[in-house]
Design a protein around this ligand. Structure first.
Ligand SMILES: O=C(CO)[C@@H](O)[C@H](O)[C@H](O)[C@H](O)COP(=O)(O)O
Ligand SMILES: [Zn+2]
Length: 196
């Protein structure tokens, strides 16, 4: 008999977390966030995304769904992850400190009316919080994907999609599901109805 206990426990934890996403309050927030994304793109503005570790991957993954494709055929949509340019990340980190790696790129790239998505499972990573503050100062709108009690991310952002768990892995698993739901809402708006 193999020891499957830890796996079934984690899968159960995942399913419980997923269940909380189906609550009306959460779905309403996803709709609100999706409306902000659609509005931003319709205004000719862009999305900027960032986070650390697994959340950096989420930022890139979600940005790629916009510029490339999620499910439906539609035009490419403007989204940039600020986690991919190792030259910028190392130069800014080395010269100004790691806390500045997103804020400095936001300063350089964000324009008023852009939408910034900050992802942090603790809700408190210094560089994510600093990036969001810089974006707010530049007149961007902010969406937070957070975990635990939402931390500073939930204080700063216009809409925060918070997964109420302290387990980083579970929060990340929910964040990518939320990211896909946002992509799905965007697809429906920008892809002709007669396409799959
Ligand atoms: O993927 C994982 C753990 O599943 C890690 O890489 C994790 O993302 C890193 O520890 C991050 O630095 C955590 O930062 P945050 O989500 O609290 O902002
Ligand atoms: Zn991970």
């Amino acid at each position: 008999m193999k020891n499957h206990e830890y796996m079934t426990a984690e899968i159960r934890e995942h399913l419980e977390a997923t269940q909380t996403l189906t609550e009306t309050v959460f779905l309403d927030k996803i709709e609100q966030a999706a409306a902000m994304i659609i509005d931003t793109i319709n205004n000719g503005k862009k999305l900027l995304l960032f986070g650390n570790g697994g959340s950096a991957s989420d930022a890139q993954h979600i940005a790629a769904e916009f510029t490339g494709r999620y499910v439906r055929e539609r035009r490419g949509l403007p989204a940039i992850a600020l986690t991919t340019d190792t030259s910028a990340l190392t130069a800014i980190g080395n010269d100004y400190g790691f806390a500045a790696v997103f804020a400095r790129q936001v300063e350089a790239l964000a324009q008023e009316g852009d939408l910034v998505i900050g992802i942090s499972t603790s809700g408190n990573s210094e560089n994510v919080v600093a990036g969001l503050f810089e974006a707010k100062n530049r007149g961007c709108r902010l969406i937070g994907l957070s975990g635990a009690d939402g931390g500073m991310v939930s204080v700063i952002c216009d809409v925060t999609l918070n997964v109420n768990s302290k387990v980083t892995a579970r929060v990340q698993e929910m964040h990518i599901l939320v990211g896909h739901l946002l992509c799905s809402a965007t697809d429906r708006m920008f892809a002709p109805a007669d396409k799959p």
